[in-house]
Structure formats: structure tokens, C-alpha cells
Design a protein around this ligand. Structure first.
Ligand code: GAR
Length: 197
């Protein structure tokens, strides 16, 4: 695989802990030497997203596209698509990117677009997944890495992790427990995509 560049572009909106886990794993597991793969850019729709500073410190190109400055979802996604395309990505990785994507963008990156969602899909698509799992009386919760289709939080499941819901759990406590697992399964799923058996 070496010799072929496999560029990874990561999209974030917030703290970027999944992004950091992916970057760290890519370095530790020598993705560049093994698959020609590296994280070439991190793009945020939120000005000052915490993860951007970390990415910059790692020497990764960062870019902010403030969605509030666009008149429509289509206009934002057109600009986003152009920015992502500049990096000729093999994978476009949504890591806490809190935007609903237009069908045009999803289609443009078909086969290259992946997401992580903090629930055991197909349960609890959408927002507030941890509180909803607690309220429903779930004994288990988790996270799912999946391919992105134009239907929100659907698409082929690539990996999942399960954690217990403990008595007295708050949404915050459960989210933190799930997040530790996200940091394991997201890099693992990407590595499999970069290096299919
Ligand atoms: C993660 O828990 C991720 O699963 C979730 O946002 C968090 C981002 O954390 N994503 C979604 O809810 C997408 N619908 P991070 O910025 O620290 O990676």
C-alpha cells in the first residue's frame, strides 16, 4: 500500500477528542508507513472549536467554515465540499461534527464518508442519546461507527462498543463512559477501511 497517498480529512464541531484519538493512533500504528495514510486536515464549522488548537499544535492544517455566515445549508455544504476536496481525501471522517449534511454532499463523498454516533444504532438516532437511553431503562448503551447515507445516523455499521448503564447514571457520566470506547473503536474501524483484509 505504501506509495499511494490516503488522505484523511476530519470534521469536528467541538472538543475533538475522537479526532485526537484518531491522530494519535495513526501515529502510534504507523498508518503512513503501513498504508500511506495520514490525517491531512481538520475542518470545523464552529469558530474556536477546542479541537482546532490541538490539531494545529500537531502541525495539521486546520480550517474553520462558520456555518452561521452562510445563507443556506446548501451554500454551506458547497463551500465545505470545496474545502474538503482540496485535500483529495480517501476518507472523510465526521468526529462530533454536529451538522445535518445535504444529500448532495453525502452523494459527493459516497463510500468515503464515515461517522461515529453515541448510541447502539439503530437505537437512538439524533440528539440526547444518553439521556434517552437512561430514560428508556436501557441496561446497555454504546457507540457506533457507520458509513454515512442521506438518512441521518443510518448506513452500514462498521464497528460498535457496548458499555453498561449503571444505577444512578447521569447523561454526563454515561457519555464519558461511552466516549472512552469511542476512542478505541473509531481508529480501529478506520484502520480496517484503510487496510481491508
Ligand atoms: C462524541 O460523543 C460523538 O459520538 C458525538 O459527539 C461527541 C463528540 O466528542 N457525535 C454525535 O453526537 C453525532 N451525532 P469529541 O468532539 O470529543 O470527539
Amino acid at each position: 500500500m505504501s506509495g499511494v497517498n490516503k488522505n484523511i480529512v476530519i470534521l469536528i464541531s467541538g472538543s475533538g477528542s475522537n479526532m485526537a484519538a484518531i491522530v494519535e493512533t495513526s501515529l502510534k500504528q504507523r498508518w503512513q508507513a503501513r498504508f500511506g495514510a495520514r490525517v491531512v486536515a481538520v475542518i470545523s464549522n464552529k469558530v474556536g472549536a477546542q479541537g482546532l488548537a490541538w490539531a494545529e499544535e500537531q502541525g495539521i492544517a486546520t480550517h474553520t467554515l462558520d456555518h452561521t455566515r452562510f445563507s443556506s445549508r446548501e451554500a454551506f455544504d458547497a463551500a465545505l465540499m470545496a474545502e474538503i476536496d482540496r485535500h483529495e481525501p480517501t476518507l472523510v471522517v465526521l468526529a462530533g461534527f454536529m451538522r445535518i449534511l445535504t444529500p448532495g454532499l453525502v452523494q459527493h463523498f459516497e463510500g468515503r464518508l464515515v461517522n461515529i454516533h453515541p448510541s447502539l444504532l439503530p437505537a437512538f438516532t439524533g440528539l440526547k442519546t444518553h439521556q434517552r437511553a437512561i430514560d428508556a431503562g436501557c441496561r446497555f448503551a454504546g457507540a457506533t461507527v457507520h458509513r454515512v447515507t442521506s438518512e441521518l445516523d443510518h448506513g452500514q455499521i462498521l464497528d460498535q462498543a457496548v458499555v453498561p448503564v449503571l444505577p444512578g447514571d447521569t447523561a454526563e457520566a454515561l457519555a464519558a463512559r461511552v466516549l472512552t470506547q469511542e476512542h478505541l473503536i473509531y481508529p480501529r474501524a478506520l484502520e480496517r477501511l484503510l487496510n481491508p483484509a
